[in-house]
Design a protein around this ligand. Structure first.
Ligand code: PLP
Length: 412
């Protein structure tokens, strides 16, 4: 019944759902890791191939999506996804590269204020990036890194503890870098409160939205966030290694003197092809572009963003809270003695993902995960002992969630 009254039910058909050798569709609950392929992607890539074939170099300025401006076709829709003004976003590079480019401009340590606040359990790439930036400035991560971690025997970082930490150490913190949604626990952070607390202490506040973009309702502009980065292959369904996103708040859009690692695509587009010696950055997020973009990699993102723009983030989020709420309810109803959900139960504190751990140690989690795979369920396993399950509102159904819990119950 829930599937029948679902206003988004027709969207599933816009995606390729993988099947086994008997043409049975898998129950795909792994959109937090790699989103499914929109069927429209092929025609967007074909369009680029055709233009290259027919127009060659002229393709930069001809065809329905000239390559010179290709990234601009993405801007408006990308801005809607993260709650930004168009001037504040750009699709470019990949996530960790964008994180580095942002830190080059926004992590400017001084002798009094030189620390970076990050979670102890941050995604490894973020940890590596941050530590390497600290070393790049000739500092030592041993004392330039402030790590936030949950209380003993808890897996979720409490907002109040985080705010207290910012209040206590904020004077020495140059940059706060936290996730929108924690990749392991599924916890959604209170980005508005963290930004406010950080700014009160004079810190720059940036977010890694890898697991939040296309998942949560975001208001980066209104929350006054300094910068944010995200990838597009998770909830944004733009394919493996897809072109990532970057947000720079309008407040910084005309700070042309900010140090940055420049390249010709960040140069003012009106004079770019006059090839001047002197770099003059574009206003807004586009001023952080370095190279001319990989058009083939951008085409799937354009296809995907059209779907998001039609479906609308608030409608998606509404279904997502129901769908994940349904999953949560069934798990507690049927598997409570064997499974615990480490993801917060309040909907403001989570997106679509639930992270499950097994209560009984004698039943190794990987065994359960392997059995799920045998039963045609795609979800993922993260060491040391978490199964991540993420029903995605664009293409997952309430029936799939129901089947998943029944199968899990029988395996347990
Ligand atoms: C997925 C993810 C990444 C991946 O980084 P890439 O540069 O796209 O390889 C980085 N950080 C977080 C928090 C992630 O969830």
């Amino acid at each position: 019944m829930l599937d029948e009254i679902d206003p988004l039910s027709l969207y599933r058909n816009r995606f390729h759902v993988p099947e086994n050798t008997d043409n049975q569709e898998y129950i795909y609950l792994c959109g937090n890791s790699l989103g499914l392929q929109p069927k429209s992607v092929r025609s967007f890539i074909d369009e680029v191939l055709a233009s290259w074939e027919k127009n060659a170099v002229e393709g930069h300025f001809s065809g329905s999506h000239p390559w010179f401006a290709y990234h601009e076709f993405l801007t408006e829709k990308l801005a809607q996804i993260v709650g930004a003004l168009p001037i504040e976003v750009v699709a470019m590079n990949s996530l960790t590269i964008n994180l580095h480019l942002m830190m080059v401009s926004f992590y400017r340590p001084t002798s009094n204020r030189y620390k970076i606040l990050i979670e102890q359990q941050a995604f490894p790439s973020d940890q590596y990036a941050v530590k390497s930036q600290i070393k790049f400035h000739g500092l030592d991560p041993q004392n330039a890194l402030v790590e936030a971690y949950p209380r003993e025997n808890e897996s979720i970082l409490r907002t109040e503890d985080l705010l207290e930490l910012i209040d206590r150490d904020g004077d020495e913190i140059a940059l706060i870098l936290l996730p929108g949604v924690q990749y392991y626990t599924g916890q959604a952070f209170d980005l508005a409160k963290i930004t406010l607390a950080g700014h009160k202490k004079g810190c720059i506040v940036g977010f890694d939205l890898a697991h939040a973009a296309g998942n949560l309702l975001l208001e980066l502009h209104d929350w006054n966030v300094d910068f944010a980065v995200w990838c597009s292959y998770k909830y944004l369904n733009a394919g493996p290694g897809a072109v990532a996103g970057c947000f720079v708040h309008e407040r910084h859009s005309r700070e042309h003197d900010l140090p940055r690692f420049a390249g010709w695509w960040g140069h003012n587009k009106n004079t770019r092809f006059k090839m001047p010696q002197q770099f003059s950055s574009m206003e807004g997020a586009e001023g952080w572009q370095v190279s001319n973009p990989p058009i083939f990699a951008m085409a799937p993102l354009l296809a995907s963003l059209e779907i998001f723009s039609n479906a609308k983030m608030d409608v998606l989020r509404k279904k997502s809270t129901k769908l994940t709420g349904f999953l949560d309810y069934l798990l507690r109803e049927q598997c409570d003695d064997q499974i615990s959900i480490i993801t917060p139960s309040r909907i403001e504190e989570r997106g679509s993902q639930l992270s499950l751990t097994l209560r009984k140690q004698q039943n190794p989690g990987k065994y359960v995960q392997d059995k799920l795979t045998d039963a045609g369920i795609v979800c993922d396993w993260r060491e040391p002992n978490v199964i991540r399950v993420s029903p995605v509102p664009l293409y997952n159904t309430f029936s799939e969630v129901f089947k998943f819990v029944n199968i899990l119950h029988s395996i347990l």
